[in-house]
Design a binder for this molecule. Structure first.
Ligand SMILES: Nc1nc2c(c(=O)[nH]1)N[C@H]1C(S)=C(S)[C@@H](COP(=O)(O)O)O[C@H]1N2
Ligand SMILES: [Mo]
Length: 323
């Protein structure tokens, strides 16, 4: 049974005012001594202010950086990380950042179901209020052999798992993206197995590195990067890092992910970054940094082996990628 914890986000006046009117309104509210952070702008250390009118979670950012996670090389400029995207719901071209602006990110709720004590549906802003937000710098390695280093904001996936209260029957956490052909024109391409689905074992989902992303560069997550909620598992190829999640399903059986369903021989369930196992059509030994365009060596588990290698002990190298 589904339990709705709270009414979905209701359209506030901010949405119908243009920016200049909104700024005036802010000034008035301020002179009245109200409308502080919640109604106002959050100033990002990386650039322009972001307005609550654009995203009601804007006041939450920036969040404190967790210095345990370092990129190991320079951050990819924000402009590049937010314009070089993969998001098949909006097409397969490289102008995704424009097309993805059609994504409506409020109201937005996520369903938690399957092997849990109690199934529920929770509004994204309620969820954000419950989780401890922090910033982590992670490397991101796409299976297409390009990579970047970005400051994600969000919360530990294991904190969310604890909140969801899975039962002992749960063996996998399955995640799904929204489905709405009218908004996401890519979903009209019927030959793809929508909705985009991904999964992790419970051990992977509760590993310290697994992170639910809600922000980028000290601001709410841009639509093209998977707003309002996407996954970061930086030891795995980018296609595992599912965007715009609406459902978390705790499962007893291993799911078939989107790309696995399409071409299992090229995109397996594990998808751990491994320079020694080439993709059937190209080498994975090196990667192109999208900031510098330089090729750099790819590291096993994308350099996160200390944190995750133990999860795959006993598996052959090929299984670590394809099984
Ligand atoms: N729902 C959904 N999630 C997705 C994808 C997608 O097409 N749809 N593409 C994946 C791939 S291949 C990569 S490399 C990353 C890209 O994330 P970025 O655009 O933030 O760099 O998102 C992943 N998550
Ligand atoms: Mo990717």
């Amino acid at each position: 049974m589904l339990i709705k914890l709270k009414k979905a986000w209701e359209l506030s006046e901010n949405h119908v005012l243009d920016e200049s009117k909104y700024l005036n309104r802010r000034a008035i509210l301020k002179s009245m001594g109200i409308g502080g952070l919640a109604a106002g702008a959050a100033f990002s250390p990386f650039g322009r202010p972001v307005f609550a009118a654009e995203d009601p979670s804007a006041h939450l950012y920036p969040v404190a950086r967790n210095h345990a996670y370092v990129g190991g090389r320079e951050l990819t400029p924000e402009k590049i990380a937010t314009t070089y995207n993969n998001f098949y719901e909006f097409g397969s071209h490289k102008e995704i950042h424009t097309a993805a602006q059609a994504l409506k990110i409020r109201p937005w709720s996520v369903k938690i179901d399957g092997a849990v004590e109690k199934e529920m549906e929770i509004d994204i802003d309620d969820l954000l209020a419950k989780m401890s937000l922090e910033e982590r710098i992670y490397r991101h390695r796409c299976v297409e052999a390009w990579s970047m280093v970005v400051p994600w904001s969000g919360f530990a996936l294991k904190e969310f798992v604890k909140f969801a209260k899975p039962t002992s029957k749960a063996k996998y956490l399955v995640m799904q993206t929204f489905e709405d052909k009218s908004m996401a024109t890519g979903q009209r391409q019927f030959w793809y197995p929508w909705p985009y689905t991904e999964g992790l074992t419970m051990a992977e989902a509760t590993n310290d590195l697994a992170f639910m992303v809600t922000g980028l560069y000290g601001k709410p997550l841009p639509k093209q990067n998977g707003a309002p909620l996407r996954l970061a598992v930086p030891w795995k190829y980018g296609f595992k890092q599912i965007k715009s999640i609406v459902r978390f399903h705790f499962s007893e059986t291993r799911p078939k992910s989107f790309w696995e369903e399409l071409i299992a021989s090229e995109y397996g369930f594990w998808a751990n970054v491994n320079p020694e196992v080439p993709h059937p059509r190209w080498s994975q030994a090196t990667e192109r940094d999208i900031a510098t365009n330089k090729r750099i060596p790819t590291q096993i588990f994308n350099g996160y082996g200390d944190a995750v290698a133990h999860l795959y002990e006993g598996m052959s190298k090929r299984e670590r990628l394809f099984m």
